[in-house]
Design a protein around this ligand. Structure first.
Ligand code: NAP
Ligand code: ZN
Length: 348
């Protein structure tokens, strides 16, 4: 079956229309007609091969919302027509200790990523959500509440869960003084989710122009990272900091924001980032990382957002404008997540 999609044919090449194949359904597969797909900064990193290991042609996209269009013979939980979400993973071993306690992102055999991964059965490169249809193993298609507004939900599948997971893992709630570094796709979700959980939220930004937006999103305070005096005044004032900056940067200025026992969770840059050990010792501060989140926790997030009406701020684009969206993302000119309306790919 030929499926319309958009693909990069080499590192950094503009995306172009391409017909792709999707596998015939295995017994525990579901086929999904894709309605919306969010645009994550990881898509840009991967298209450009920033992290190494990119394979082409590449069809990015791991913030997928759609409806089930067909189910394999052993599928019991989902039926044709159900609204579903698919995030960064489409399979894992489902047998190891990590999969067993719902942390499929840490699968001992490695999860199968939604794109630029390797299918566990055929060994073929996986192709993502910048397409009209996808086939995934049933446990990785998350059934959605009828209350959820599908047109605004796609970014929850990556930007949402990547910030929700550390917030939940470290017990953020009323009384937690939360810092969020960077107001992009992940950062604006961290602000909204932190506020919804009752945290006292400070946005730390490089962009003075985003201060009003941050307050409108619910942040209680805004700190300009370039303002040395303000950064100094805010020393030791936070319990948890989520750092979403997409490139290597100095961690020390953010470590100094942490109070005793405070923790900074890096979710953005993958590069080497040195940290001053003395600053960690003083106050028993901790630096850690976090990778997306498991399926059960993603389900929890989607239910929370449906019940509470917490949604990303989405700018809808047609598939044909993806390169313009990438360029704007690179200039930090996104308010605050692009979402591709896949109806634009009809008959492409
Ligand atoms: P984004 O929408 O582009 O937002 C990143 C924000 O970081 C920008 O809006 C900007 O905020 C700040 N920023 C950008 N360039 C910067 C620079 N050179 N120096 C300092 N700050 C800069 O990106 P995103 O989609 O949120 O993704 C952020 C990062 O998370 C990416 O690297 C992505 O690959 C990664 N990611 C990780 C996971 C995970 O599981 N750990 C999951 C998804 C994405 P201000 O203007 O407010 O400073
Ligand atoms: Zn992502």
């Amino acid at each position: 079956m030929h499926i319309p999609a958009y693909a990069a044919l080499s590192a950094g090449a503009p995306l172009q229309p391409m017909a792709i194949e999707r596998r015939a359904l295995r017994p525990d597969d579901v086929a999904i007609d894709i309605l919306y797909c969010g645009v994550c900064h990881s898509d840009l990193h991967q298209v450009r091969n920033d992290w190494g290991g990119s394979r082409y042609p590449m069809v990015p996209g791991h913030e997928i919302i759609g409806r089930v269009s067909a189910v394999g013979s052993a599928v019991a939980r989902l039926k044709v027509g159900d609204p579903v979400g698919v995030g960064c993973m489409v399979d894992s071993c489902l047998a190891c200790d990590q999969c067993g306690h719902g942390e499929e992102q840490f699968c001992r055999q490695g999860p199968t990523m939604t794109y630029n991964g390797r299918d566990r059965v055929s060994g073929e490169t996986t192709l993502g959500g910048y397409s009209r249809m996808i086939v995934v193993r049933e446990p990785f298609a998350i059934g959605l509440s009828p209350k959820l507004d599908l047109a605004r939900a796609a970014p929850l599948l990556c930007a949402g869960i990547t910030t929700w997971s550390p917030l939940r893992h470290y017990g953020a709630g009323p009384g937690t003084r939360l810092g969020v570094v960077g107001l992009g796709g992940l950062g604006h979700m961290a602000v909204k989710l932190g506020v919804a959980l009752g945290c006292e939220v400070t946005l730390v930004t490089g962009s003075a122009a985003k201060a009003d937006d941050a307050r409108a999103l619910g942040a209680h305070r805004v700190l300009l990272s370039r303002d040395a005096e303000a950064m100094k005044a805010a020393a030791a004032s936070m319990d948890l900091v989520i750092d979403t900056v997409p490139v290597a940067h100095e961690l020390d200025p953010y470590v100094r924001l942490l109070d005793v026992e405070g923790r900074i969770v890096v979710v953005g840059a993958l590069e080497q980032m040195p940290v001053n050990a003395a600053a960690l010792m003083r106050g028993r501060r901790q630096v850690s990382g976090s990778l997306i989140g498991g399926i059960a926790q993603t389900r929890e997030l989607l239910e929370f957002c449906a019940e509470r009406g917490v949604y990303p701020d989405c700018e809808s684009i047609p598939m044909q404008r993806i390169d313009e969206a990438f360029a704007r993302m690179e200039r930090s000119d996104v308010k605050y997540r692009f979402v591709i309306d896949m109806a634009s790919l009809a008959g492409a």
